[in-house]
Each structure stands twice: as C-alpha cells, then as structure tokens.
Design a protein around this ligand. Structure first.
Ligand SMILES: C[S@@+](CC[C@H](N)C(=O)[O-])C[C@H]1O[C@@H](n2cnc3c(N)ncnc32)[C@H](O)[C@@H]1O
Length: 257
C-alpha cells in the first residue's frame, strides 16, 4: 500500500459525502441490505448481543447505519481525519460507536476484543497492492472474529473491470447541475493495478471549483481473494451479486470455523 492512500482519504474526508448522490440515503439503503445478508447468515435473535467491527469505516457510511440497527459497532480506519468526521456524524445520528484509528493489517495490535462480524466495505482491500499485504489484512480480520464469526467485504467487480478496462466513470451531475463527480482510471500496462483520479467539481457563487485526488488500486480478482481466505482458514466463502442483493458492489461473505 502506498502513502497516497492515506493522503487521498485524509484530504477527501471533509467532502467524501459529495461523491454520493445522497449520502444519508446511502447510509439507510446500504445498511438495510447488509443487515439482511447478516441476518441470513447469522440467524439473529437479539441484536443487542451482536458485535461488529467495521475496519475501513471512512466517514461512517456503513458503521452508522448498522449501529442504527442495534449492532454494537466498533469502527476503525487508517485515516484519522475520516474517523474524526465519522465521530461527528455518528453524534449527529445519535448512535454510539467505539471509534479508533487502525490499519487493517494491524488490527490485532490496535483493536481490542473479538467480534461476531468484521466488515470492510466499499473497495478498501484493493488498496493493498501485494499478496503479502492482502494476506496480512485478511489474517488480522480472521483473528478479530469469534469462532463461527462472519466476514463481510464489498469490492468492485474487478472480474468484469479487467475485461472492460474502463478509463472513466459517467459523470454524476447533481444539485441541479451545480455539482459533478467522476473518476478517471489510468491502468498499468500489465492491467493488474490502476491509478484512480477522483474529481469533485462544484459551482460556488458562480465559479467552478475542482477538487482532484489520486490513489492506486489493485484490480483484485475474486479468485485471488478466495485463495487467500482459504489459506487462512475461512470457510463458506460466497459472493453475492448486485442483481440479487440490490447492493452496488459484489459482497463477499465467509466464516471463521
Ligand atoms: C472507499 S472508502 C470507504 C469508506 C466507507 N466504508 C464508506 O463506504 O464510506 C475506503 C476506506 O478504506 C480505508 N482504508 C484504506 N486502506 C486501509 C487500511 N490499510 N487500513 C484501514 N483502512 C484503510 C480508507 O482510509 C477509506 O476510508
């Protein structure tokens, strides 16, 4: 992983919600879908007992929504600036979440206790560019789970992306044409990594302001993660796709034995 990841999210934290059409709606919608998946896997009766670690919480999109469902949420992220904003947002929502700053490759060192669920949502793991780092992060997630615990990871559909090799997303035109967001992808020659350039453009008092941030991703294929998870000892590795879940990305579930 590169320093650019930390810089990218620290600099973006204040405006991160602007990437969404409606961030508050995304909180509600995403947690509803994740809750249904969790319920189908864990057969929940009393939510009060269920602990969840969101180890790439960002500004709190999933952590806040899931805390609203009654999970006991601990939320960590490598970006201290994002965590600070998540804390403020959680307070606005009136939900109690234990926040912390932690690299998900070092959860064992920086997060205490074990959890029923470990979550990493919205393409955080593909910031790890090497197999060694991927293994380290998944091993740490495994070790943070109780026996029979559930791992939930959501990432982009790279199996499709490496074939399509798209170089830009469609611009999202929002706020009656006063806000526009899009991403540009610069692929490495071997097609295994790419640099993402995130643009947020806003018309403020008649003038257009552009915010541009850049970082790197690995185009992580499903079988590449499956292999690492199997090696670590995860079982029941399953992928759930948008056409069935309504979520905007494939969702991985796996269990610790
Ligand atoms: C695309 S954002 C998603 C944030 C949040 N889950 C959401 O959907 O709003 C990815 C997050 O992963 C975090 N991240 C990246 N690498 C990380 C690492 N090694 N350890 C912990 N968090 C990391 C970033 O700081 C960022 O907040």
């Amino acid at each position: 992983m590169e320093d650019s990841v930390l810089k990218f999210y620290d600099e973006l934290a204040e405006d991160y919600h602007l990437i969404f059409v409606d961030w508050h709606l995304a909180i509600a919608r995403q947690s509803e879908i994740l809750y249904k998946i969790i319920q189908s896997k864990l057969n929940l009766s009393s939510m009060q007992q269920v602990s969840l670690l969101d180890c790439s919480c960002g500004i709190g999109t999933q952590a806040i929504g899931l805390a609203n469902y009654g999970f006991h949420v601990t939320a960590t992220d490598i970006s201290a600036v994002s965590v600070k904003r998540a804390e403020k947002e959680a307070a606005r929502y009136g939900v109690k979440i234990n926040f912390g700053v932690a690299d998900f490759r070092e959860l064992n060192t920086y997060v205490s206790g074990l959890f029923d669920i470990v979550l990493s949502a919205d393409n955080a793991i593909p910031h790890l560019l090497t197999d060694k780092d991927l293994h380290k992060a998944c091993q740490n997630m495994y070790e943070k789970l109780h026996h029979n615990g559930l791992l939930l990871v959501t990432i982009r559909d790279y199996d499709a992306m490496v074939i399509e090799k798209i170089i830009t997303t469609h611009p999202n035109v929002l706020d009656e044409g006063k806000r526009m967001t899009f991403q540009v992808y610069d692929w490495a020659e071997d097609g295994k990594t790419y640099t993402v350039k995130q643009f947020i453009m806003r018309e403020i008092n008649g003038e257009w302001k552009t915010k541009h941030n850049s970082t790197q991703y690995r185009a992580l294929l499903r079988e590449e993660i499956n292999k690492v998870l199997r090696m670590i000892g995860f079982v029941n590795i399953e992928w759930h796709f948008p056409e069935n879940t309504g979520y905007y990305q494939p969702i991985l579930t796996a269990r610790k034995v």
